[in-house]
Design a protein around this ligand. Structure first.
Ligand code: APR
Length: 232
């Protein structure tokens, strides 16, 4: 059976009601990215950053996975451990949809960790009414478990192994401008994968796609998955 790897970006959650990044003039929910998504921004104004991620978390649990997330669950049920998702999204919608083999390379909104002892906590276990949450073990400031600009994404070693061994690489709902994720399609293709893009507009890294489907992934992905299930 073939190995299928999927890379998802903000576009897969758009039909669930979460705004993508690059349709907002470089702003993330009306904030400058450097203010809310960089270590320097957190040092400058931890109150603002925590308020922002509390809102993002609350928003993420108020929306539901859509047909594209569910199609990937179906594909995973068919392929088992021959299937993995790499996501740049932090909204946890793949997990809530029922996907299991997921690498959340940019972190997740439902988690935070201690800036000193690095202990991780679930957001649902901390008191969000406290403006700046602190570690119950060592007392230091907690921070959102999000990979900010200038930080190294999670699971890069595991992801490289997956890409090198993929037969099909699907790239869904990502503009292809933020590295290293934007370069994954090149790696997969160089190692022999058939690469398939699904996006509302042509992404920046189009040149490495063997197949491209222009449109909404909530509509396009379910029939593509059904076809794959017939053949894999
Ligand atoms: N179906 C398919 N594609 C869609 C849909 C949809 N319903 N809606 C939007 N898109 C496409 C957009 O056309 C765009 O090309 O999804 C893409 C989303 O691109 P970005 O907003 O740039 O999001 P992403 O590629 O995930 O950003 C990567 O940048 O800011 C950082 O860390 C952040 O993980 C994020 C990274």
């Amino acid at each position: 059976m073939s190995n299928v790897i999927v890379l998802t970006g903000a576009g897969i959650s758009a039909e669930s009601g979460i705004k993508t990044f690059r349709d907002s003039n470089g702003l993330w929910e009306n904030h400058r990215v450097e203010d809310v998504a960089s270590p320097e921004g957190f040092i400058r104004n931890p109150n603002l950053v925590w308020d922002f991620y509390k809102q993002r978390y609350t928003q993420s649990i108020s929306v539901e996975p859509n047909g594209a997330h569910l199609a990937l669950v179906k594909l995973e049920k068919h392929l088992g451990d021959k299937f993995h998702i790499i996501t740049q999204n932090v909204d946890c919608l793949h997990t809530r949809a029922g996907s299991r083999r997921i690498y959340e390379m940019h972190g997740r909104l439902d988690s935070c960790f201690c800036t000193r002892c690095r202990t991780h906590f679930k957001i649902e276990d901390i008191d969000l009414a406290v403006q700046l949450p602190h570690c119950e073990l060592c007392g230091a400031l907690l921070r959102p478990d999000i990979v900010w600009f200038g930080e190294i994404p999670y699971y890069l070693y595991e992801i490289e192994e997956l890409l090198k061994n993929s037969d099909y690489f699907l790239i869904i709902g990502t503009s292809g401008v933020v590295y290293p994720a934007a370069g994954f399609v090149m790696t997969a293709k160089l190692f022999g994968a058939h690469t398939i893009g699904i996006n509302l507009e042509k992404p920046d890294n189009m040149g490495f796609f063997d197949e491209f489907h222009l449109g909404k992934c909530g509509e396009l992905l379910p029939p593509i998955v059904d076809e794959m299930i017939k053949h894999l």
